[in-house]
Design a protein around this ligand. Structure first.
Ligand SMILES: [Zn+2]
Length: 428
């Protein structure tokens, strides 16, 4: 077994070198992730992912890989989808990959799901169960073909398979270590979406997750350059982080402010433009805000996990009181943000709104969510990708943050209700 593995590895070397050098040319950002940070071996490279007809009621998804990897697959309901969990894969696939329907599969998306783990989320056009998972080596070039079969089934069979697979999400460690000795306020910057969850998609094919990550990085740099704050991100690369995990990271790190960055899209109204600042509330300001919060709250489902907390989850009366007080601070910060952002960017007609966003539910961390603009507006999309615009807007945000902490120093810090709040125990 080992000897034959070595033999295959030798045969593969040539194609792997080709695949890896292609990867480096295609995407410079890949370089930093290729094992150098952790000392791990480079991830397998996927150079193709194709759907094909595997016979009556069967659709196959075949990944072309540089080396064999572990894979497991299961199905989930509402929406109906299959999830393929893999060891970390460096996906080097064409932009159109996964967008075309074939058999029982309507589309699929892929990405890093957690450090060391990648995931493919397959949207099902009709109920189907996971059939065979096979790995074969292609003799012609030694590439490894990993095939997962999906077999059409009835609703009952699908339900049974979904219940049997029931994948409880693994709680994960916060990404950023806490530095208790540093008294500077801690700003948690939350770039929306990531990994298997692309967020909104522009007509040009640009993903919300990439736009907001670039912006979040610029904001972090801006805030760090002033030296007044400690700054952390809920995700520091293109990885999926569940919504409840983002809240947990902020609370566990005892963040003093949580700023979530998103961008919206309304395909049917390309003329709609401008930024909106949201603060959390169980009752939305208007129907449009409620719909947006509902859409953003579906991020976990889009990436193939279930969120474990329902809306309005508040543990006890003390948390309820703390939440109310915290939301006063959140609204105060949102107003300051409006003042600073108004002169540097297009704001929507009603720029401060409230809705039940899951990420705005920390009882003890003032939190806002900024929808920077619309990917569906050509003008907004251009600006979202402009360095000059980004510098202006991150500058405005930094000023608003300065003002917020400037005014808060007049309050007793640490803020008594906030620190005495019972922080729910967090499992490792
Ligand atoms: Zn979003």
């Amino acid at each position: 077994m080992l000897a034959s593995h070595r033999w295959i590895r030798r045969r593969l070397l040539r194609s792997m070198i080709l695949a890896v050098s292609f990867a480096l040319i295609a995407s410079p950002s890949v370089r930093a992730q290729d094992g150098d940070r952790t000392g791990r071996a480079p991830a397998a490279v996927a150079i193709a992912a194709e759907l094909s007809n595997g016979g009556p009621g069967i659709t196959k998804l075949t990944l072309t890989l540089s080396k064999p990897i572990e894979a497991r697959a299961f199905v989930m309901e509402r929406p109906d989808r299959a999830v393929i969990d893999l060891a970390e894969v460096n996906f080097q696939l064409g932009a159109e990959t996964g967008r075309k329907r074939e058999g029982v599969v309507s589309s699929f998306r892929y990405g890093l799901f957690a450090p060391g783990r990648s995931r493919i989320v397959v949207d099902l056009a009709q109920p189907a169960t996971v059939g065979r998972i096979e790995t074969v080596t292609r003799p012609r070039d030694g590439a490894v073909l990993l095939t997962v079969e999906f077999q059409r089934s009835d609703r009952e069979g699908f339900k049974r398979a979904a219940v049997a697979s029931d994948p409880a999400p693994q709680p994960r460690k916060a990404m950023a270590p806490v530095e208790p000795m540093d008294a500077r306020p801690l700003i948690m910057v939350d770039a929306g979406h990531g990994g298997t969850d692309p967020g909104a998609i522009a007509a040009t094919g640009v993903f919300e997750k990439d736009i907001v990550f670039g912006f979040a990085q610029a904001l972090v740099t801006r805030l760090e350059s002033g030296g007044r704050y400690r700054v952390r991100m809920t995700r520091d690369r293109d990885v999926f982080v569940p919504l409840s995990e983002r809240v947990r990271i902020a609370r566990e790190a005892k963040a003093d402010l949580f700023v979530s960055i998103h961008a919206d899209s309304i395909q049917s109204a390309p003329q709609v433009r401008g930024a909106t600042i949201y603060t959390g509330s169980e009752k939305a300001t208007d129907a449009e805000s409620a719909r947006l919060a509902e859409r953003e709250n579906r991020a976990d489902a889009a990436a193939g996990t279930e969120s474990n907390e329902g809306p309005g989850h508040v543990a006890d009366i003390l948390q309820e009181l703390t939440l109310r007080e915290t939301r006063t601070f959140s609204s105060g910060f949102a107003k300051g943000l409006m003042t600073q952002l108004g002169p540097v960017m297009e704001m929507s007609p009603k720029p401060h709104r409230e809705a039940g966003f899951m990420v705005l539910r920390s009882p003890d961390v003032p939190s806002v969510l900024v929808e920077l603009g619309y990917l569906s507006s050509k003008r907004d999309l251009d600006l979202l990708q402009s360095d000059a615009w980004r510098a202006d807007v991150t500058g405005g945000m930094a000023k608003a943050i300065d003002a917020f902490f400037g005014s808060r120093t007049s309050l007793t810090r640490p803020n008594p209700p906030r620190r005495s709040a019972a922080i729910a125990p967090v499992s490792p």
